[in-house]
Design a protein around this ligand. Structure first.
Ligand code: RNT
Ligand code: ZN
Length: 424
């Protein structure tokens, strides 16, 4: 079913592709070299349906819900690490792992979120170091009794606000420690669910409260060598359909005025809006941003990404503008109706493929057409490029990176499902 080409077939196809691209002045060797330096941050929460390892009695999930009950999800940190390790083995390049605070390991002790500390993430650090992957982090301001009414940092109750402020502060300390230990900055992203189901009377006050809380959270600056702080906006959520306190305008203003990273999630805008078009705008005013690459189907549904026009457009924006050092690429999808390791592998390989396709573009020629207002030639060339054999370069890259080319990785996932996941 999932046959892979032989090494000889891959080399032959690659040599042919190399020549075809060279005719367009595209250097395939250069492309794969640059590709190998772009890390993708794999989100841990695809592995267990955004569950985490705590035992709080929270009624709601902050509007975050994975649907489906495909067997074999990770129930323990060990299982999650084992599953993620397989995913990393099937993805070319060196990447990162994105943790949420709720994935803390407290050795059975009940440690509330405002009391979490670096020690609760040491197993993750050891694992990451051993595998040579970086770690990113997120405070978890949902799926907790103190977030059951859907408000956290913008709550009218000062005690609730204080609890979440403290959680965000300890989260940043954990991230700083992780970044220092791994010798690379941890990107710490803050998303909160706060918002109104029905039209509120006082949007302003809630936003003032959020701004006030955030100013306490970020009062102490992190060393950028260890931690980079990002804030994530949203248009609507389940239970916050009428007003999200941390809207795009709110965080755009907040991140620019406080010099933080802005996180653009592909599912967090109006369905006809795309984040690919926002990157060049926000980077005129911010040094760095974070992306949550996701796929909304009719709404912010967080489907596994596929090689769509928008995913390609995101990659094009990054590559055409040499933004790879200013745009941190994180994934944010969670599908519980398919094999979760396959979900990671499919989505991450898609993102890398999209970057590769962008790297195989004769951008200068296209730019020249555009400057001459030769939009006919621009369109014609863009369409011609679509049928060039990027797949041959992709297989070559997989081979070079020591991971299964084409669909061969699926055999390994199927084997693991049979031997490990089905026994959970
Ligand atoms: C929710 C945000 C947020 C979460 C993760 C789990 O709408 O997209 O990024 O998906 O933090
Ligand atoms: Zn997100």
């Amino acid at each position: 079913m999932f046959t892979a080409p032989t090494d000889a077939q891959i080399s032959r196809a690659y040599e042919n592709a190399k020549e075809l691209y060279a005719a367009y002045d595209v250097d395939t060797e250069q492309a794969v070299k640059r590709l190998a330096d772009i890390p993708i941050s794999l989100h841990c929460w695809q592995g267990d349906d955004v569950g985490g390892f705590e035992n709080f009695d929270a009624a709601g999930g902050g509007g975050i819900q994975a649907t489906g009950n495909y067997p074999g999800k990770a129930f323990t940190p060990e299982q999650l690490r084992q599953d993620a390790a397989l995913a990393f083995d099937l993805i070319p390049g060196r990447h990162r792992f994105n943790l949420h605070a709720m994935y803390a390991e407290t050795s059975g002790a009940k440690v509330d979120r405002d009391a979490l500390a670096p020690e609760h993430f040491q197993n993750w650090v050891a694992w990451a170091r051993e595998r040579g992957v970086g770690i990113d982090f997120n405070p978890t301001c949902f799926a907790h009794p103190r977030a059951d009414d859907g408000f956290t940092l913008s709550h009218y109750d000062a005690g609730v606000r204080k609890f979440w402020i403290n959680h965000c502060i300890v989260s940043r300390k954990i991230a700083e420690s992780i970044g220092a230990q791994l010798g690379a900055p941890c990107v710490t992203n803050l998303w909160i669910p706060d918002g109104y189901k029905d039209a509120p009377v006082d949007r302003n006050k809630s936003r003032e409260l959020l701004r006030e809380s955030l100013d306490i959270v970020y009062a102490e600056r992190s060393d950028p060598a260890h931690n980079l702080d990002a804030v994530e906006s949203k248009l609507f959520g389940i239970g916050s359909e009428s007003c999200v306190i941390g809207s795009h305008e709110f965080y755009m203003g907040y991140s620019i005025s406080r010099n933080l990273l802005l996180c653009l999630d592909a599912g967090h805008f109006h369905p006809t809006e795309v984040i690919s078009d926002k990157i060049s705008s926000v980077l005129l005013f911010l040094d760095e941003i974070l992306l949550h690459v996701s796929r909304g189907v009719r709404w912010d549904s967080d489907h596994v990404i596929v090689l769509s026009d928008e995913i390609r457009a995101i990659a094009e924006e990054i590559i055409r503008n040499n933004f790879e050092n200013r745009v941190h690429i994180g994934l944010d999808f969670f599908d519980a109706s398919i094999n979760r390791i396959a979900a990671w592998v499919i989505g991450t390989r898609v993102m890398i493929k999209a970057l590769l396709i962008a790297l195989l573009e004769p951008t200068e020629t296209l730019r020249q057409f555009e400057r001459e207002q030769n939009f006919t030639a621009r369109l014609a060339l863009l369409e011609e490029l679509k049928t060039l054999p990027f797949g041959a370069v992709w297989d070559y890259y997989c081979l070079q990176q020591g991971v299964p080319p084409a669909g061969a990785w699926m055999e390994e996932v199927a084997k693991y499902e049979k031997e490990v996941l089905s026994r959970r």
